[in-house]
Design a protein around this ligand. Structure first.
Ligand code: NI
Length: 145
């Protein structure tokens, strides 16, 4: 870690107590490491909001493969957006249920549009997009435009 700076942070006792409970549950060894992770997480969140920002992400989908034409629709969408789809992992969870994880890379706007379309496709029981920045967050982030 380059140039470590120490800062003092004032928190009300109740918030600090809740923070300590949170970091204990998450298994952090100390408050500093937890603070750093929270700050990085917020900075990534800010960086990926800009519509042209380069992002990476995963979309997790759970669906019933007996739903008429659903697997075909999901595959068609991924072909339509082939520039942003890196790879897809598919697992057959049981007789009916599929789990699909789609790796995405591209501009924030395109990645989010595809994720929204996949998740909102009729028959998808649960879907979630997780976005991240492809750039290291300890380095300076490009300011969102
Ligand atoms: Ni399947």
């Amino acid at each position: 870690m380059a140039d470590l700076s120490r800062i003092g942070v004032s928190l009300d006792s109740d918030l600090l107590h809740r923070f300590d409970q949170f970091i204990a549950e998450k298994g952090y060894e100390n408050r500093s490491e937890a603070f750093r992770d929270l700050i990085r997480d917020r900075l990534v969140g800010t960086a990926v909001v800009a519509s042209k920002a380069p992002v990476v992400g995963t979309v997790t989908l759970v669906y019933d493969h007996h739903t008429r034409l659903l697997p075909e629709k999901l595959a068609d969408l991924q072909h339509q957006y082939h520039q942003v789809v890196i790879s897809t992992l598919h697992a057959h969870l049981d007789h009916n249920t599929c789990l699909e994880v789609v790796l995405l890379r591209g501009r924030s706007r395109d990645v989010q549009r595809l994720a929204d379309t996949l998740i909102s496709t009729k028959g998808v029981r649960h879907g979630r997009l997780v976005l991240s920045s492809p750039h290291t967050v300890s380095a300076r982030l490009p300011s969102p435009r």
